[in-house]
Design a protein around this ligand. Structure first.
Ligand SMILES: Nc1ncnc2c1ncn2[C@@H]1O[C@H](COP(=O)(O)OP(=O)(O)OP(=O)(O)O)[C@@H](O)[C@H]1O
Ligand SMILES: [Mg+2]
Length: 427
């Protein structure tokens, strides 16, 4: 349907991607250039409404003669199509589930803003080298849907847009809501984990029949290493009846997150021993973070935390990485730097026993703004975003309050520094 060019915006000096559709091409004969332009413009508008780190930013749209174009952020990464077909870059089970969780959370964000993507498929999902998901093609979906009705099977094959990922309600031309995207995401999940699409057919009609009426083979039959709970979630979300799927993409993400963390704790985490709990209780005063939690709450919290050791100079988390966990320094010292680790990064601050960092990961799950490196051997208590879901509301409430205290303190210090700096600059 389009060609994508890598281009350079000379005015701003940044690389961009330009999607160009040549409406004089014969496959477009029934479609007016204006309707494509409108869809591109709609995409710019949607991008303006949805500012989210997992969505590609769209800058501009326009028309030059028969050419309609869309200018967007250039993503230097791989599409899920490539990951599925070529197994390159190679992702392990945990990384694949992490991709699906990011897609689901981003979709939930869009759904909350009243936007249904309608064209969730591997070629519209890209992965940056740091694992961050970038999704694209909002708003174009309506054109492809509308045009598919008019195009023959052969034409659809020619433009490569076979609708393997459509939900039964899309096929049946019924009203769709977020659960339609959830169905498509389940189809993508199936393909990513099993290496094969759940619904396949030679002809479009048969494909539609399958989507409407048949259940695909259980995903574990194709790949036995898929955890049973994951297979169950995918199967539930591919239900023909939206009411029988999980209620939202958020539930999908939360459930996968829990599964990842269950196995994660077993695999990587050091068990929290009674001894350690005693120690932490004893030193509660030092960890102001725990100050207003009672013993049973600390106990519950520690059960969902991990203890990790980091050797001297080991990177604890990288700038730009998607943040999902925060750290409490139990022992040792950590330096927070900005810039390339191999280069000469600027040290912003250092943290010692009792200090907390990375708390934004718990709150918004966005990219990290700095890198944390162990200055000496460190022991860290790690709290993952989903761990909080396992705490009771009172404990979680107290933790969030403590986190907001920490954040407001850091914000105050930052404003003071900014103020000092601007005064110095004035002098
Ligand atoms: N912003 C971008 N940055 C980098 N590569 C991109 C960008 N947008 C698209 N691409 C690449 O170009 C390919 C084609 O994108 P395009 O959206 O035209 O086609 P598609 O997703 O395969 O099908 P459809 O046109 O139905 O969306 C993508 O799969 C991706 O590899
Ligand atoms: Mg696309």
């Amino acid at each position: 349907m389009a060609s994508i060019y890598r281009a350079n915006d000379k005015l701003i000096g940044r690389d961009v991607a330009i999607k160009v559709t040549d409406t004089s091409d014969k496959s477009w004969k029934d479609i007016k250039p204006e309707s494509i332009l409108r869809q591109f413009e709609r995409e710019v508008q949607i991008s303006g409404q949805l500012s989210h780190h997992n969505f590609v930013t769209v800058y501009d749209a326009g028309k030059e003669g028969p050419l309609c174009y869309l200018v967007m952020e250039l993503i230097d990464g791989a599409t899920l199509t490539r990951i599925i077909k070529e197994d390159e870059p190679k992702l392990d089970m945990r990384q694949k589930l992490d991709v699906l969780i990011q897609v689901a959370r981003a979709l939930h964000y869009a759904h909350q803003h009243g936007i249904i993507h309608r064209d969730i498929k591997p070629s519209n999902i890209m992965i940056l080298p740091n694992g961050q998901v970038k999704m694209m093609d909002f708003g174009v979906a309506l054109v492809s849907e509308g045009s598919m009705i008019k195009l023959s099977d052969a034409q659809i094959d020619a433009i490569g847009g076979t609708p393997y990922y459509m939900s039964p309600e899309q096929v049946g031309k019924k009203d769709v809501d977020g659960r339609s995207d959830l169905f498509s995401l389940a189809v993508v999940s199936y393909e990513l984990l099993a290496g094969r699409r759940p619904f396949m057919a030679e002809h479009l009609f048969n494909l539609y029949e399958k989507i409407l009426r048949t259940d695909p083979p259980p995903v574990q039959e194709l790949n036995a290493t898929i955890p049973g709970k994951v297979a169950a979630i995918i199967s539930i979300c591919m239900n023909k009846d939206p009411d029988l799927r999980l209620p939202s993409c958020k539930t999908f993400a939360d459930q996968l997150d829990e599964i990842i963390n269950d196995s994660f704790f077993e695999a990587e985490g050091e068990v929290i021993t009674e001894e350690l709990i005693k120690l932490l209780r004893k030193y509660r005063e030092a960890f102001t973070f725990f100050l207003d939690l009672d013993n049973s709450q600390i106990y519950k919290l520690l059960q969902v935390c991990q203890v990790r050791k980091f050797e001297k100079d080991k990177v604890i988390c990288y700038e730009g990485d998607i943040a999902r966990e925060m750290y409490l320094v139990v022992s040792g010292e950590v330096r927070i730097v900005r810039g390339k680790v191999e280069g000469n990064p600027i040290v912003i601050t250092t943290f010692k026993r009792g200090d907390i960092f990375g708390e934004m990961g718990i709150i918004d799950g966005g990219p990290r703004s700095a890198t944390a490196i162990a200055s000496e051997q460190c022991q860290m208590l790690v709290l993952h975003q989903v761990s909080l879901l396992r705490c009771d509301d009172t404990t979680a409430g107290k933790i969030y309050r403590n986190l907001s205290h920490i954040l407001s303190n850091k914000l105050r210090i930052t404003s003071q520094r900014l103020d000092d700096l601007s005064r110095r600059l004035e002098v």
